[in-house]
Design a protein around this ligand. Structure first.
Ligand SMILES: Nc1ncnc2c1ncn2[C@@H]1O[C@H](COP(=O)(O)OP(=O)(O)OP(=O)(O)O)[C@@H](O)[C@H]1O
Length: 371
C-alpha cells in the first residue's frame, strides 16, 4: 500500500510555480572558501593540479552514481577518464560503456559552455543509458517521459512504499522544460551560485525523464557553476558531499516539494552550505597532496623494494583517510601477493627505516605511515 505523506498538494500544483521565493542567503563564507581554493591552487604545480582534477572527477562520477545505488568500479571510471582525457596514465583498460558515458557527460557539463538546450540534455540522457534500459526496466531513452501514469518518487519495501513526491504529469513536461531551459540560458542577475542551486531543484521537481533525473540534475548544477571561473567545478565534487549527506538531501527535497507558497529558502540554505563543504573537502585533499610530496622528499634516500613501494603508494592514495584502519600483515600479503614471512620482514624493515610505525600487539598489530 502506498501512503502519501500529507493531504497532497505538490509545489508544481500551485499556479505560481516556478516563481520561487527565498530569503537572501549570504555567499560571503562560500566566496571566501573559493578565494582560499584559488590561492592554494596558485601554489600547486601542473602535475598536482591535474591530479586534483582527476581525483575530483573520479569522486564525482562514483558518487553521483552511488547516490541512487548504482555502483561503478573505481578502476573502470579511472580508465575512462584516462582514455577520454588522453592523460597517458598507467591503465588497466577496464573502462566500460557505462563509465565512458558518465565521464563524457560530466566533462561536457564541466567544460562545454555552449547553451544547454533540449537536444543536448536528451543526448546526456541517451548516453546515461547506453543499453536502453535501467536495470531490467526498459525506459524512454533520449526522450522526456510520455507515460500517463503518475511519476512518483517512492521509498520502502514494495508493500509498504512511501510516496515522497509525485512529479508533474508527462503532458506538462515539454512546456515546463521549455520554461526551464529558457530560464537557464537567460542572462540573469542571479549569479552562478544561486542559479546552480535553483537549477538543481527546479530540474528534479520537473523530473522530466523516466530515470536518471538525479544524475542529470547534478550535471546541470556543474554546468551552471562552470559559467564562473571562480566557482569552477573541476576542482571539487558536489556529489561526493551529497552522497555523504544523502539522508539530509532527501529530507530537504521532501520538505521543499510540498512548498506550495514556492518558498525554497530551506533548499537554498542547505545547498549553499553543501557547496561550502565541497570546497572544504578539496582543501583537505590538497593538503594531502602536500603531505605526500613531503613524505617522498623525506624518504628520497631510503632503499625500498618494489613490494614496499607498492604498499606505500596504496596507503598514500587513501589520504586524507587512513588506509582501511592501518596496514596489516594479511593486507600486505594480498596487496603484494607474497608470503606471510616476507610480508612480516618487509614491514619490520619499514619500521626500522622510520617509514612506518607499528601499533598494537600480537594479532592486533597494524602499521601506519610516518607522515
Ligand atoms: N521529494 C523529492 N522531491 C523532488 N525530487 C526528489 C525528491 N526526493 C528525491 N528527489 C530527486 O530525485 C532523484 C531520484 O529520482 P528517481 O528515484 O526518479 O531516480 P532517477 O531518476 O533514476 O535519478 P538518478 O539518476 O539519481 O538515479 C534524487 O537523486 C533527487 O535528486
Amino acid at each position: 500500500m502506498k501512503t502519501y505523506h500529507q493531504a497532497k498538494k505538490w509545489i508544481w500544483e500551485d499556479s505560481n510555480f516556478p516563481n520561487f521565493a527565498y530569503e537572501n542567503i549570504s555567499l560571503d563564507t562560500l566566496n571566501y572558501k573559493f578565494g582560499q581554493l584559488d590561492m592554494v591552487k596558485k601554489f600547486m604545480n601542473e602535475d598536482d593540479t591535474n591530479q586534483l582534477q582527476l581525483e575530483q572527477l573520479l569522486n564525482e562520477a562514483l558518487s553521483t552514481s552511488a547516490i541512487e545505488g548504482e555502483t561503478l568500479q573505481r578502476s573502470s571510471v579511472r580508465s575512462s577518464i584516462n582514455k577520454i582525457l588522453k592523460l597517458g596514465l598507467e591503465d588497466d583498460y577496464s573502462y566500460t560503456r557505462e563509465s565512458d558515458a558518465l565521464i563524457e557527460i560530466l566533462i561536457d557539463a564541466k567544460t562545454n559552455k555552449e547553451p544547454l538546450d533540449k537536444p543536448r540534455i536528451l543526448q546526456w540522457h541517451k548516453a546515461l543509458f547506453p543499453t536502453g534500459s535501467s536495470g531490467l526496466r526498459d525506459i524512454n531513452v533520449g526522450h522526456f517521459r510520455t507515460d500517463n501514469e503518475d511519476m512518483q518518487i517512492v521509498s520502502g519495501a514494495w508493500n509498504r512504499e512511501k510516496v515522497h513526491y509525485v512529479a508533474p504529469p508527462s503532458s506538462k513536461i515539454e512546456e515546463l522544460m521549455d520554461g526551464f531551459l529558457l530560464w537557464l540560458n537567460s542572462d540573469s542577475e542571479l549569479g552562478s551560485i544561486y542559479k546552480a542551486t535553483i537549477a538543481h531543484l527546479y530540474f528534479v521537481l520537473i523530473h522530466p525523464f523516466d530515470d536518471g533525473n538525479g544524475r542529470i540534475a547534478r550535471a546541470i548544477t556543474d554546468y551552471v557553476l562552470a559559467e564562473s571561473s571562480f566557482a569552477n567545478p573541476k576542482f571539487y565534487s558536489i556529489s561526493t558531499i551529497i552522497y555523504q549527506k544523502r539522508k539530509e538531501y532527501y529530507e530537504v527535497l521532501d520538505k521543499v516539494c510540498i512548498a506550495t507558497d514556492q518558498d525554497i529558502s530551506l533548499w537554498m540554505r542547505w545547498f549553499i552550505k553543501l557547496l561550502e563543504e565541497s570546497i572544504d573537502s578539496t582543501l583537505i585533499a590538497i593538503e594531502a597532496v602536500g603531505v605526500k610530496a613531503k613524505f617522498w622528499d623525506r624518504q628520497r634516500e631510503t632503499k625500498l623494494n618494489e613490494r614496499q613501494k607498492k604498499v606505500i603508494l596504496k596507503m598514500l592514495s587513501y589520504l586524507p583517510q587512513e588506509f582501511e584502519g592501518g596496514m596489516r600483515v594479511q593486507k600486505y600479503m594480498s596487496v603484494t601477493k607474497t608470503t606471510r614471512l616476507t610480508a612480516s620482514r618487509d614491514l619490520s624493515d619499514l619500521v626500522s627505516k622510520g617509514v612506518m610505525l607499528s601499533h598494537g600487539k600480537g594479532r592486533g598489530v597494524y602499521y601506519s605511515l610516518v607522515l
